[in-house]
Design a protein around this ligand. Structure first.
Ligand SMILES: N[C@H](CCC[C@H](N)C(=O)O)C(=O)O
Length: 287
């Protein structure tokens, strides 16, 4: 079938965005993987599928597929690309939208300066949210947060475990550019203590209102930016008493602004979203 799509990015985290309101979209993981393949398909970190929501008072539903073809709960940069997409396509005239995702309702809003702010929901700082095998109970309590030791090929790495709907294991590093993101990221992503795998964040504290962040994403590898990863890193840093809200998050693809008032308050993420090109692609039937 011929599939119409829009290629977009949010701070360099790139997406294939599909209108599933006016197109029938029902792909297998192998077909999603083909779409995300940078040589045999369009190529993207994630595929975003826009649908009408059946829920009362909710405008849209959006589904997220990683480049490896797996469907996941949440995507922060994707939420901003989603808002730009539905606005540009005239699918809504609203500037504040309620969107249903696999992990709950988020509320993105198009700002006057073209950036987009998304209320990403409250973080959950507990292994049970990820899930995470907390069998190794010798965790180290740091202020209100709990740090967990992860044995990564004999090296002990202290991580904060945070859910933004999707799972994150965040560590503080001296120098994010020198951090072993490509070597250690896959080992953390596939670590046996994360039965559903995990996104691995490497955060350098610049000052109390600024960090540098690299994320080796579950199902996509290192991306130029990770929105939920930025939220998770800031929440972990605030809980450990290292950061104060708001925090400027510098990523390889651009800057995100994250604010969080603590507790059960929603994490607020602000950043860019860009449409790059429109296209059509023939996606062969599975098999
Ligand atoms: N790789 C993530 C999904 C995409 C998240 C990221 N692109 C963002 O902007 O939040 C996961 O498997 O949970």
């Amino acid at each position: 079938m011929k599939l119409k799509f829009t290629k977009m990015h949010g701070a360099g985290n790139d997406f294939v965005v599909i209108d599933a309101i006016h197109q029938h979209v029902d792909f297998t993981p192998a077909q999603w993987q083909r779409l995300g393949d940078r040589r045999f398909g369009v190529g993207a970190d994630q595929m975003l599928v826009v649908e009408k929501s059946q829920a009362e008072g909710v405008d849209f539903r959006y589904r997220i597929y990683n480049a490896d073809g797996g469907e996941v709960e949440q995507c922060g940069n994707g939420a901003r690309a989603f808002v730009k997409f539905v606005t540009d396509k005239g699918l809504t005239s609203k500037r504040a939208i309620r969107v249903e995702t696999m992990s709950g309702i988020i509320e993105p809003k198009l700002e006057d300066d073209g950036r987009i702010t998304v209320a990403m929901g409250a973080p959950v700082l507990a292994p049970a949210a990820v899930p995470f095998d907390a069998s190794n109970l010798d965790s180290r309590a740091m202020g209100e947060d709990t740090l967990w030791p992860l044995d990564v090929q004999g090296k002990q790495v202290w991580i904060s475990v945070v859910s933004m709907g999707n799972p994150h294991a965040v560590q503080v590093v001296e120098d994010s550019e020198a951090a072993p993101v490509l070597a250690e990221g896959p080992l953390i992503e596939h670590h046996p203590r994360f039965p559903r795998r995990v996104n691995a964040g490497f955060m350098q504290i610049v000052d109390r209102h600024s960090i540098k962040l690299r994320v080796f994403e579950r199902g996509a590898g290192e991306t130029l930016a990770c929105g939920t990863g930025a939220c998770a890193a800031v929440v972990a840093g605030i809980r450990r008493g290292l950061l104060d809200s708001p925090v400027a998050v510098q990523t390889h693809g651009g800057e995100l602004s994250i604010a969080w008032a603590g507790g059960q308050q929603a994490v607020m993420m602000t950043g860019p979203a860009v449409s790059v090109f429109e296209g059509e692609i023939e996606i062969a039937a599975a098999g």
